[in-house]
Design a protein around this ligand. Structure first.
Ligand SMILES: *Cc1c(COP(=O)(O)O)cnc(C)c1O
Length: 390
């Protein structure tokens, strides 16, 4: 039996006629960038997140870039980010000269740890009494933001981060790229921070037919600035108040996303059912003392963008699964503080033990609404076989 890591074709087949009906008028009209189709999707995102200012973007990466630009962050500034995340979290802010300052993760949720952030600030920053942001003892740079990532489809501990943000007077940027419609104490991902970023990369839980992303913010001034930055820094064409970027969403992507967003809650439910089935299967095969199953914090709901286990002899297990035609993936094999492009930040192996440990142990298994019970049984049976269980 074949169990691919993903089945985007299966998803498309299930909504093919709806998608074709939605993109046909865009092609007829040749209104291909922004416009009414994109505005309609922006309204749908505002409704889903409960956040008023909703701005469709060209990608999740551009959403992060423009969020940092909108907050006025740049060359003098530090932003705390997790190291155990997709590259864009740190890469997009580094482009502005911002220094990504890496902090460790909570080993249970894999999300940025508020305790690690608090300890990092206490160790490396001088806290100002006049309301100014903390200043790095060595570099003199100001700490101007924290960007928790809602990894694998579960929110980071947002109340703790919001509290830290309040204490030091710095914005919290949510990287919600993997967690659309996940909830933290009933609040949707992206609704808690100063500004929040989403990705509609095709493999994400809400995926476009190419690159697309989104920004939401409750702050009207910031929302207006983001809209301006998205079109080269001017609301009136050929007149530029500031220097922006081309961060616009295509109308075809908005048409596709407007169809798919109607199915999102159902798809998330299907993912949740499959996650529960994995848990039952791992228990049935007596594997729960061997592999570590994903942990969902009691005040959050998990949307299962990824179903990630910790596995002893991970790479050998992966080879075993590959031979059985079972797809799997390692998100992420090398933490960002150890990437060569960030070597000049002075981080070393050993600096972030939980991130480094996770990178050696995690394995993502197939999870998507189209995944059948039979396929899941096969995946877990093959894992049981590898560990000598039955
Ligand atoms: C996918 C992703 C991004 C970037 O989104 P793109 O749309 O691929 O540019 C950023 N952060 C995280 C955590 C992601 O998973």
């Amino acid at each position: 039996m074949k169990v691919p890591l993903l089945d985007l074709v299966g998803q498309y087949k299930s909504i093919q006629s709806e998608i074709q009906a939605a993109i046909a008028p865009v092609m007829e009209s040749q209104m291909l960038i922004l416009g009414a189709t994109v505005e309609k999707f922006e309204a749908a995102m505002a409704e889903l997140t409960g956040v008023k200012h909703s701005i469709a973007m060209s990608s999740g990466s551009d959403a992060i870039l423009i969020a940092a630009m909108g907050l006025g962050l740049g060359r003098e500034d530090d932003v705390i980010v997790p190291s155990f995340t997709f590259f864009a979290t740190a890469g997009c802010i580094a482009r502005l000269g911002i220094r990504p300052v890496f902090a460790d993760i909570d080993p249970k949720t894999y999300c940025l740890s508020p305790d690690a952030v608090t300890a990092l600030i206490a160790r490396d920053y001088v806290v100002k009494k006049d309301g100014a942001p903390p200043v790095n003892r060595k570099t003199g740079r100001a700490l101007r933001g924290i960007m928790p990532v809602h990894l694998y489809g579960q929110c980071a501990d947002m109340d703790a981060f919001l509290k830290i943000g309040e204490i030091y007077g710095i914005p919290i940027i949510e990287d919600a790229a993997q967690a659309i419609d996940a909830h933290y104490q009933g609040r949707p991902a992206g609704s808690m921070g100063t500004i929040s970023c989403f990705s509609f990369y095709p493999t994400k839980n809400l995926g476009a037919f190419g690159d697309a992303g989104h920004v939401v913010t409750p702050d009207p001034k910031l929302g207006d600035l983001i809209r301006k930055l998205r079109v080269h820094g001017g609301h009136q064409r050929y007149y530029h108040d500031i220097v922006g970027i081309n961060g616009r969403m295509d109308a075809i992507q908005a048409a596709v996303l407007s169809v798919k967003i109607r199915h999102l809650k159902g798809w998330i439910r299907a993912r949740q059912e499959r996650a529960a089935r994995y848990a039952a299967l791992f228990a049935k095969h007596g594997l729960t003392g061997t592999v570590t199953l994903p942990f969902t914090a009691p005040d959050r709901d998990h949307t299962w963008h990824q179903y990630v286990i910790r596995a002893p002899r991970r790479d050998a297990l992966r080879d075993h699964l590959k031979a059985a035609e079972v797809g799997s993936e390692v998100y992420y094999p090398l933490p960002l503080h150890m990437q060569s492009c960030f070597a000049d930040l002075g981080c070393r192996e050993g600096d972030l033990p939980e991130s480094e440990k996770a990178a050696k142990e995690v394995l993502a298994l197939p999870i998507y609404p189209e995944l059948s019970e039979e396929q899941q049984g096969w995946v877990v049976a093959k894992i049981a076989e590898f560990y000598g269980k039955r």
